[in-house]
Design a protein around this ligand. Structure first.
Ligand SMILES: [Zn+2]
Length: 181
C-alpha cells in the first residue's frame, strides 16, 4: 500500500503538530482508495481529548463521529489516522499498537524529536506493524514494482505465444515441391 499526500496535506499536518506542541495532535485523513494507492483528499483535525495529551492521544468521540459521517457524505473513505509524538520518533508506540482499531487504515505519525519533524506511515493489524510507503507529491506515485512486473509478464507471455504460433504455422506448411531438373 502507498499513502499519497499532496505537499499541502503534509504541511497542514506538521503545522498542526507545531501548534499543539507539547501536546500530541491528532486527526483523520479522508481520501480515495485505489488498488494499491490511498490518495488523500482532505485532512480533518480532531481535538485530542486525552486526560494527559502530552503523553497520549484520544480523539474527541463526538468530533470523530461527526468527521466520519462527513467523509461518508462526501463519498470519501477513511484512509489515514495521524498523530504526533512531540518528543519522539514517527513510529507507533506500544500503546498505539495496543489501541489501534482500524487494521486497513494507515497510521501516520509525526515524530518531532530532532531538528525537523519526520513522518512515518504504518498499518497496525492486531499487533502486526507494517511500514507503509509515504508519497508526498502533487504527482501520482509510480505504479508499484509488482504491478510493473505483472504487466511485463503478460507482454512476455504474449510474445512467446506469438513466436510459437509462427513456428507451428511454418511447420504445417506443405513441403517445398521438388524442382524438376
Ligand atoms: Zn503515539
Amino acid at each position: 500500500m502507498i499513502l499519497w499526500l499532496q505537499p499541502d496535506h503534509a504541511d497542514q499536518i506538521v503545522a498542526q503538530a507545531y501548534a499543539d506542541f507539547p501536546r500530541e495532535t491528532c486527526g483523520l485523513i479522508g481520501g480515495l482508495r485505489q488498488t494499491s494507492i490511498d490518495q488523500a483528499v482532505e485532512i480533518i483535525p480532531i481535538r485530542n481529548a486525552a486526560p494527559a495529551p502530552e503523553q497520549a492521544y484520544h480523539m474527541d468521540e463526538r468530533a470523530l463521529a461527526a468527521a466520519l459521517t462527513g467523509l461518508e457524505k462526501r463519498g470519501l473513505t477513511l484512509i489515514g489516522i495521524y498523530h504526533s509524538h512531540p518528543n519522539g520518533e514517527p513510529t507507533p508506540s506500544n500503546q498505539d499498537i495496543r489501541e489501534a482499531a482500524y487494521p486497513d487504515t494507515a497510521y501516520l505519525l509525526i515524530g518531532m524529536k530532532g531538528d525537523a519533524p519526520r513522518l512515518g506511515a504504518w498499518t497496525i493489524n492486531y499487533g502486526a506493524v507494517e511500514h507503509v510507503e509515504l508519497h508526498i507529491s502533487s504527482a501520482p506515485p509510480a505504479q508499484p514494482a509488482s504491478a510493473r512486473a505483472a504487466r511485463a509478464a503478460v507482454l512476455i507471455a504474449g510474445l512467446i505465444g506469438f513466436i510459437f504460433l509462427i513456428v507451428v504455422s511454418l511447420s504445417l506448411l506443405p513441403p517445398a515441391p521438388e524442382i524438376p531438373r
